[in-house]
Design a protein around this ligand. Sequence first.
Ligand SMILES: C[S@@+](CC[C@H](N)C(=O)[O-])C[C@H]1O[C@@H](n2cnc3c(N)ncnc32)[C@H](O)[C@@H]1O
Length: 483
Amino acid sequence: MDAYDVVPYDSLPIRETHPEHLAVLGRLYGLETPDPQRARVLELGCASGGNLIPMAFYLPDARFVGIDLSAQQILQGQRRIASLALGNIDLRQGDLAILGEEDPGEFDYIIAHGVYSWVPESVREALLALCRARLSVNGVAYISYNTLPGWRMRGMLRDIALYAARTGDTPCAKARAVRAGLTRLQAALGDLGALSARYLRAEIPVLLDNPDSYLLHEYLAENNTAFLFSDFFAAAERHQLTYLCDAELHTEFPQLLGDAAEAALADIDDAITLGQWLDFVRARNLRRSLLVRDDAQLGEGIDLDAFTQFAFFADLVPPAKLDLRKAKRIPFRRPDGESFDVEHPLTKAALVELCTRYPDAVRMNDLLPAASQRLVAEGGERYVAQSGELFAEWFALFTRGAVRARLAPFHHRRNSTVAPRPNALAREQIDAGEAQVTTLHHEAFTLDASMHKFLRSLAGTPPSASAEKTHWLEQFARYGLLE
Ligand SMILES: C[S@@+](CC[C@H](N)C(=O)[O-])C[C@H]1O[C@@H](n2cnc3c(N)ncnc32)[C@H](O)[C@@H]1O
């Protein structure tokens, strides 16, 4: 029986695979990527559709196909699709290795997250061939894989997990044995100062925090092969696919690793060699590579004109005190705790404006008047004309994921928080007892038990009000979770 039928994978939204994100990155490199709102999207190894179904829900005019070997996971996804009455998505049980021969469809975006490293070589080859054969001429394929040499550090944990799992005869017993083994190891490490002990102390809690499905399919999987980035690139080239960029754009830039990395790698002018050295510096263990067809028309480097035309959105909390009269670095915080220093007063003013409009996506031309007004009102008029500085800093914020972009502006019609109810997808996810619901910008929003209960209780009538519940309602509305 298929291992994923026995223990299904926890299938969640993966932000970096969203067609809007892939479209924006393609445009940044000069490719005329298809409109994500009307795109044809294929996901290989889609599990139960935790990534694809929310895309289909929030992009009703796009079309989605998902393929997975595991009948059980596909059935689970098909049930959800039927319950949501989605007519723009089809999940099929099948082997991606033979799909190429069967299905003549063409796709604008092809996603394979968590598949390439976890299948035998013949399936990897079929996956690349399928991407080349089925990708439309301006389309983008996303393939993630474990990378060398960084993954070798995790390989140490895989060796330990495989050893500990020997005593288990079922998947559940194996997962229990791995947890017990890791807990024992954690205790035994105590406060040993060795480099290996410090690494294991940091990684073990991360593993223990993950569900059994992750332990089983990541650390105990029969196939788990990591690759040098340069070898992945060579494999893609053999299939007439070209490397576009990484879905985590900040990883492309040595300067984000500091002055030392920038200086030491400055003489490398080939993007693939540079990417390889960046992996060495970071000891990177996972890559999310974007590929295009070798006959796709790319520009020369980054197209900054295209960048200025994007519509931006940002889920950031501005600092409580913001002085727009002088250039001084001050942090804006993301809900996940990461913070981003912003220096130029015009950037700060534009960012404050953008944050207040979240989840809307706004072009810079439409944002600037309000930002300039705010700047003048708060004593920063001498910075108003410095749009060059603004764009330089804005681009840095974009590469680091603080500011995100779509091809076209987007306005979310805020639904009433007076008589709210969860949207159909959120309703489906909470009714299934899931702790996370998917936002309209394709992120997993985690609900604690009280929030979960409250969201579930909303039935289109005025809810009982308390300061806490009012705050939750605002959050739900902000993330597009209400009908
Ligand atoms: C590690 S899981 C990743 C699932 C999902 N993409 C994610 O990241 O959440 C790998 C998935 O690939 C599927 N898979 C493995 N070999 C496959 C094949 N030959 N054809 C189609 N799906 C396959 C498995 O059933 C499993 O659902």
